[in-house]
Design a binder for this molecule. Structure first.
Ligand code: HEC
Length: 116
């Protein structure tokens, strides 16, 4: 029940955000036939990690502009269970193994947020 609500909210928020960033995220897709799906998956990250790189809460880490290899390792660790945080395990599992690296690359190319 709670999970469905969370995903319902994520869907609404990411639908609103689509026009602004879809093109860039989709271009990073490993497979041209799944560009739209890949772009949509990456938009969901913004709900928590922030579309301008500033996370929505202090408990959520900044990922924009982090080292690509570090991000890829964290995603793999969430996926494999070496790093355990329920929602990030779901998020990592929505990415196919082939999408994990490009997702890390896309996030790494974003700018680290400027100080407020
Ligand atoms: C519902 C909120 C939420 C969403 C959506 C979300 N994350 Fe996260 N993410 C978190 C939280 C919270 C953490 C910190 C987990 C912990 O404390 O171990 C985290 C951690 C991470 C980390 C590790 C960062 C570090 O510095 O160690 C990466 C990488 C990451 N997320 C990538 C993503 C990607 C890519 C997506 C989209 C596919 C995504 N996240 C979607 C909440 C979210």
């Amino acid at each position: 029940m709670r999970i469905q609500m969370v995903f319902g909210c994520l869907a609404v928020v990411s639908a609103l955000a689509v026009p602004a960033v879809r093109a860039n995220a989709a271009e990073a897709a490993p497979d041209p036939t799944t560009q739209r799906e890949f772009g949509a998956k990456l938009l969901v990250c913004n709900v928590c990690h922030g579309d301008n790189g500033v996370p929505k809460s202090a408990a959520i880490p900044i990922i924009a502009g982090q080292q690509e290899t570090y991000l890829a390792k964290q995603l793999e660790d969430f996926r494999s269970g070496h790093r355990n945080f329920e929602i990030m395990t779901w998020m990592a599992n929505t990415l196919t193994p082939a999408e994990q690296g490009p997702a890390a690359g896309y996030v790494a190319k974003k700018s680290w947020p400027a100080k407020a």
